[in-house]
Design a protein around this ligand. Structure first.
Ligand code: E4P
Length: 218
């Protein structure tokens, strides 16, 4: 499973990239607004740090406008993935952009038939939002299971399932058990993945016992 980080905060991205565990980045207009910097500059900075796909979302709502914006964004760096919303215009833009060799992430997916449409439009990634479904008392992970089954039914589909709107480590666990291709994870949740109280307690005990030996390694 690939791990993307869901943020436009370059300091967070630099820090997490040092772990060697970061396979890509997703941004959206809300995250860009939160970062409070110029969008193009943010994307250049991120692409300098991360070699994997970096999602940059269009803001036009018609296919022509999305294609124009997408082509501009794609010129920033080879690893830019143009993010388009799951609308008919978004799917038209997806078909056009992927046809020209640009990676496309179709976002704001909330149903399995929407994911089917995105795969037919040749999307590189489909982004189902599990947390936002859970927020309205629907089962976000069931959607991932359904999309996995549909995509596995058809060899011609190459679209990767990019689980988005992740709120906690259990979302990541369940996505991995289902066999999703990618999780895009907020920085704090990504750091949480490595934590376990027994790891911390065990390490403290080992260090205390080691100190009693009075030895040093090397
Ligand atoms: C994905 O690409 C989106 O940026 C993101 O995961 C949305 O998450 P949210 O529902 O926490 O805003």
């Amino acid at each position: 499973m690939k791990f993307f980080v869901d943020t436009a905060d370059i300091a967070e991205i630099r820090d997490l990239a040092e772990s060697g565990l970061l396979d890509g980045v997703t941004t959206n207009p809300t995250l860009v607004a939160k970062a409070g910097r110029d969008f193009t500059e943010i994307l250049k900075d991120i692409c300098d740090v991360v070699d994997g796909p970096v999602s940059a979302e269009v803001t036009a709502t018609d296919a022509k406008g999305m294609i124009e914006e997408g082509e501009k964004l794609a010129r920033i760096a080879d690893n830019i993935t143009v993010k388009v919303p799951l609308t008919i215009d978004g799917l038209k833009a997806c078909r056009h952009l992927t046809g020209n060799g640009t990676m496309v992430n179709v976002t704001l997916c909330f149903s399995a038939v929407q994911a089917l449409m995105a795969a037919k439009a040749g999307a590189t990634f489909i982004s189902p939002f599990v947390g936002r479904l859970d927020d309205i008392s629907q089962d976000g992970m069931q959607l991932i299971q359904d999309i996995r089954q549909i995509y596995d039914n058809y060899d011609s589909f190459t679209t990767e399932i990019l689980v988005a709107s992740i709120r906690n480590p259990v979302h990541v666990l369940k996505a991995a058990l289902i066999g999703a291709d990618v999780c895009t994870i907020p920085p704090s949740t990504l750091r949480q993945l490595v934590k376990h109280p027994l790891t911390d307690a065990g390490l403290q005990a080992f260090l205390a016992d080691w100190a009693k030996t009075g030895q040093k390694i090397g």
